[in-house]
Design a protein around this ligand. Sequence first.
Ligand code: NAI
Length: 794
Amino acid sequence: MSIAEKFVTMEYGPAPEDPKEAANWLDRHERRFGLFVNGDWQAPAAGAYFDTFDPSNGEKLASVAQGTSADIDAAVKAARAAFPKWRALTPHVRARYLYALARLVQKHSRLLAVLETMDNGKPIRESRDIDIPLVARHFYYHAGWAQLLHREFPEHEPCGVVGQIIPWNFPLLMLAWKIAPALATGNTAVLKPAEFTPLTALAFAELCQEAGLPPGVVNIVTGDGTTGEALVKHPDIDKIAFTGSTEVGRAIRGATAASHKQLSLELGGKSPFIIFDDADLDSAVEGLVDGIWFNQGQVCCAGSRLLMQESIAEPLISKIRDRMSTLRIGPPLDKAIDIGAIVARVQLDRIQRMVAQGIEEGATCWQPQTALPARGFYYPPTLLSNVHPTSIVAQQEIFGPVLAAMTFRTPREAVELANNTVYGLASCVWSENINVALQVAAQLKAGVVWVNCTNLFDAACGFGGYRESGYGREGGREGLLEYMEPKWFKRAPTLPAAAAPATPQLVRDAESTVPAIDRTVKLYIGGKQARPDSGYSIEVRSPDGVLLGEAPLGNRKDIRNAVEAARRAEAWAKATAHNRAQVLYYCAENLALRRAEIINRLSAAVGKEQAEREVDVGIERIFSYAAWADKFDGAVHNPPFRNIAIAMNEPIGTVGVICPAEAPLLGFLSLVMPLLAVGNTVVAVASEKYPLIAGDLYQLFDTSDLPGGAVNIVTGYVSQVLKTIAEHDDLDAIWCYGDEATVASAKAMSTGNLKQVWTNEGRVIDWFDSKVAEGRWFLEHATQVKNIWVPYGE
Ligand code: NAI
């Protein structure tokens, strides 16, 4: 074709990236890879290998070891052996290793990008310009944290040996998100890459060798889900970090419930992409291209649900179709390709199946007339409009280049539709009115909100989800905390197993309670004293058997009522930090006023000395959280783009709290006050040992201007109400403080809606020691970080 003709057609010519270096690298390894354990390559114990393919043409790239539980065991042993020395290195030396890894990623960036594209099918433009630079940035950023760690986190220590399981959509980037913070904080790691895309992790293993990383600090065990399962179940793992499907995340939550493994989960999403009528529509359409057609839509935070304000729906759809028609789909090693190959046949089948079902459920499907390559797994960019909000394509993650479009009329309706899924990973808001955009951003239940931009990531800005999108954050200061624990915590002794509640001495809860009994307290729901649904109370006795009073026997129904009341207590969630502080100070004041009478009653259950200390330290604890209420601020990050990212510490929502038995007043205050300070509402089960404290507490709250429903108190047996709390879909988190068996059941029973669970791991907490029982550690668990990205400039 002549130049003159080219000017007319403006056709792209082929611009293939040369795969020679990557092919040479594979050949150097004879296209067969063992496991990277203890700094060296090993054959898999069972001698089995599986093949990894180039999805753009179906050709085999290499054979890769199928790790078994024996291999996982060897890797965990190597990581355990390496841990003491690695952790004991000076921060500066660890920082140098991370820095060396960052440099090596940059040095080998072209090889890594090509390898990634060959193994995954993503366009080379993306692996070269996005994935690999972000990998390097992640190691640089964490090299910095390694350097500063001891000064910034003097009270923390690493978890130990961490098991990390990653998916196939951003293979090397997910490795970086896992390995960099783990190493920076002094952990050693066993990582299992996804079975479809193991190659760049194996190349990274070589970089570890090149950097002279001590053997055993990083171990890479390839394999499938069974290998991942063996890692999750290994008894000598201290923490599991997982990214992948919600279904597997749930299985991992269940499998780790009875252990002390820390857990962070980054799961699926169905992220809304909201366009208001005053948005710059051309920019929004470009945003959509990055939102849903980036990486063939195989992105956990893909903007897969388009919510358009009704008045602009028609012109917008037409613009989107025009833009879709210009997207180039084809061999991903071609530098001018926008959409590459789908990772594997099963994923392609899944996309096809879900789109077919969406059409059956009434969606209109539009695809540009693009020829797909004859070989390999390709799926065209797809727009589904007229999607009903309950349709499978509006509710479930498709993980393909498929956009489901719906309309809304008002900002309020947009927020309702946006939040109407079980997920909460990311979201986009497009409006030229920054006030509206930020107001909507604040109401979205998502860990990331991109205002007038999309799919921006940076190591300094935490990433992670709300609700069934998982918990924990990756990146930023909050991401580091996922890999550390307070020093005292691991060494804390284990609580003795709680004795099964003695055969309850039930008392019919009639108005005619025996007159000799000192006190009958009530439940406290929605700011009112309430009788228990069961119609029974339980006798509360002192250690030497003296009857102290009766407490209601709370049941499922009471918990449900309490959750409803807590959900309705929006006044508290919306109160300003200053107002919350004022109310808490008022609580402290009232506790001080009632000091003598409360000590008098509490003494009968815990002795005079403890009662006095509980009240006195309790007053101080409330003061501390009143002080924190307007100081536990977020941050403003400066990512390396023309954006700021506003990191807000948001309340989790409504939290169920199982209070510790041993310190009836102080234990309650130590858990409930931090939650209240940052704006959560609470359903608390009072100390099983002395539930009568509920009566003193609600008198305190009633006289301190706490809005009804902000705190609800149920009494009774933890074993009888824990299940309802753990399984309740409207509770966002559970804080369970008790013996090992109790906290294990809290974790196991809350897998359903993947509620965040925070426990004492069955350990003793010295509630009287403000260094351990108060402060940031509690506040960090009472909040989750939402990053709102806002661009600046013209
Ligand atoms: P997956 O969740 O099965 O795989 C992710 C990783 O977990 C892989 O390394 C896999 O080997 C491992 N794994 C599988 N079963 C395991 C188990 N029982 N215990 C421990 N590890 C286990 O995801 P899959 O099957 O590759 O993709 C299915 C769907 O999941 C996708 O269509 C997509 O909707 C979603 N997905 C979401 C991702 C995200 O980033 N949110 C990433 C990958 C998939």
